[in-house]
Design a protein around this ligand. Sequence first.
Ligand SMILES: [Fe+2]
Ligand SMILES: [Fe+2]
Length: 281
Amino acid sequence: MPITPHELVENLGDLPPLPQVTDRVLRLAAIPESTAEDFLRVIALDQALAGLTLRMANSAAFGLMRQVATLPQAIAILGLPTLKSAIIASSARNLQRRGAVSPQARLLWEHALAVAMASRAFAERLDSPAAEAFTAGLLHDLGKAVLGIKIPEHYTPLLRAVHEQEGACSDQELEAFGFDHTMVGEALAQRWHLPPGLGAAVRWHHEPRSAPADHRRLTAVVALANHLALELGAGLGAPAALEEASHQAMELLDLDPGALASLKAEVRQAVEREGSSLESF
Ligand SMILES: [Fe+2]
Ligand SMILES: [Fe+2]
């Protein structure tokens, strides 16, 4: 059995590092002076990423009735925040694909997408950065994918029990391993050099009050989205297990129950509308 989340992530050698190109894009994104040309140079070197960028730009430009044929045009249409989110998303998807194709693994991916869409919709309505919220939502349970890849013999039965008994996943993980998926996710976020806001959302989405002050708002948005996704049936476990996290998020975002209810109704509609558009990830 692994002893610490870091050992789980680092000492067992077959976990993929963040693809080099993604790592370079993230480093560029962390430098405020980076230009579209800098991104272009990196993306042009990677066929899969260039293809993804063009495909996304063409679906974004669908309403413009013209074809996007070049990378500079594609980057201009998408904008850097969206591009960055999409690149991280495709890495997360690759990681998830490595896990066993169990009903639980499929549910985890559906959950990640639902939380990503809901996080973006909440952020848009709360005047928070939407692309960052989308990525944070997509990655928030990344630790579960790592556990599923690394120790499937322990983790698959645990997920099944969470699903059937509707208990709190983190509690069962803590009891079984001495750490939970948020700590494993944090270890991977560090290894991947993800921006600190994403790391905070991964680590503290069950306890947003404990997130560092700079990232508390983003973490609270993800906590609300996480709760809503389970209420919509996208994920494993009972929504009741996330009520405390949701309650902390309400306080941090200054929402009263009435405001939250109408916000949730809007976000729910947005998620249902968008539902199938992300399946290509
Ligand atoms: Fe979680
Ligand atoms: Fe979750």
